[in-house]
Design a binder for this molecule. Structure first.
Ligand code: FAD
Length: 261
């Protein structure tokens, strides 16, 4: 059992653009497109905006991607940001955090580790910083987590043997699922989980906005700050207007200059 405090985000998929097909479209429409980004997500957002107004060739007023995408964000034309999608594998976060994260319904796709199928006898746990910072609260927390974890392990063992007696013909996977799905009821919110979280730029901007503020829960705020930094590297023109700030409690948060796009 490990105690973790830092979320990890693996960018396992990102938006790309098919240059040849874009060129074929431009040729078929006897026009051209001048831009300066080489980042798929930035390009697809610009392309989506330009398709709305057929602003290619001599109808192209703004010449840089930063200028074009920045104007879309300023205008609140957020729907075009939905064309840029990322797949993020998130680990080192608690079930409390993901309970909040999965509330973001619009523009997201979620696949989360199943506690019915996966054995949690080797689970890790996330300790809130405010608890970890004080030896007394840390000890109370650790004892509670260890006791819950031990109860889980004992319950799985006893339930697995009972299920085997009751349903001897069931495959082992099914029997263990029946034991684990009941035993997990004693696992704490602190239990570490993993999820593949896919989201478009508009949804990611909203998540960073809501979850990066000082009113957000500290663990998810830490994730939002990390996500903000990553996305600013991934697609600066889509995320550069967010500012990472130091909050009163000394931790980092995010200030959104465009609240909802
Ligand atoms: C600080 C904080 C405290 C919170 N406390 C609580 C709490 O105590 N209890 C609780 O239950 N939740 C709580 N939440 C969760 C919150 O209520 C939202 O469920 C969550 O933030 C997702 O936000 P959303 O619905 O705007 O986002 P998304 O689901 O990401 O949707 C994005 C936007 O799409 C639009 N949209 C999405 N679905 C619909 C729809 N069905 N109909 C119309 N428009 C839609 C809305 O404009 C919405 O803002 C809290 C959130 C924060 C940030």
């Amino acid at each position: 059992m490990r105690i973790l405090s830092e979320p990890e985000i693996y960018i396992v998929g990102r938006q790309s653009i098919n240059d040849a097909e874009v060129q074929r479209f431009l040729t078929d429409h006897e026009t051209s497109w001048q831009t300066d980004s080489e980042i798929g997500s930035e390009l697809v957002v610009e392309l989506a905006g330009r398709v709305c107004y057929l602003s290619f060739g001599d109808k192209q007023f703004r010449k840089t991607n930063k200028d074009y995408v920045g104007n879309l964000i300023n205008q609140g034309h957020g729907s075009v940001l939905e064309h840029a999608v990322w797949d993020l594998l998130i680990t080192g976060v608690s079930r409390s955090l993901t309970h909040e994260l999965v509330r973001h319904r619009a523009g997201t796709g979620i696949s989360q580790l199943s506690q019915r199928y996966v054995d949690e006898s080797t689970a890790d746990f996330i300790e809130p910083a405010v608890i970890a910072g004080d030896p007394e609260t840390h000890t109370i927390w650790l004892h509670a987590v260890e006791a819950s974890h031990q109860a889980y392990i004992s319950l799985v063992e006893k339930l697995a043997s009972r299920v085997q007696q009751q349903f001897p013909d069931l495959p082992r996977t099914q029997r263990m699922k029946m034991a684990r799905e009941a035993a997990r009821s004693v696992l704490p919110n602190a239990t570490e989980t993993k999820l593949l979280f896919s989201a478009n730029a508009r949804a990611l901007r909203w998540i960073i906005t809501l979850r990066g503020t000082d009113g957000a829960e500290p663990e998810i705020r830490k994730l939002a700050v990390k996500l903000c930094r990553l996305m600013q590297r991934e697609a600066p023109h889509l995320f550069d207007d967010f500012e990472i700030v130091r909050l009163n409690d000394g931790t980092e948060g995010v200030h959104a200059t465009h609240y909802k796009v």
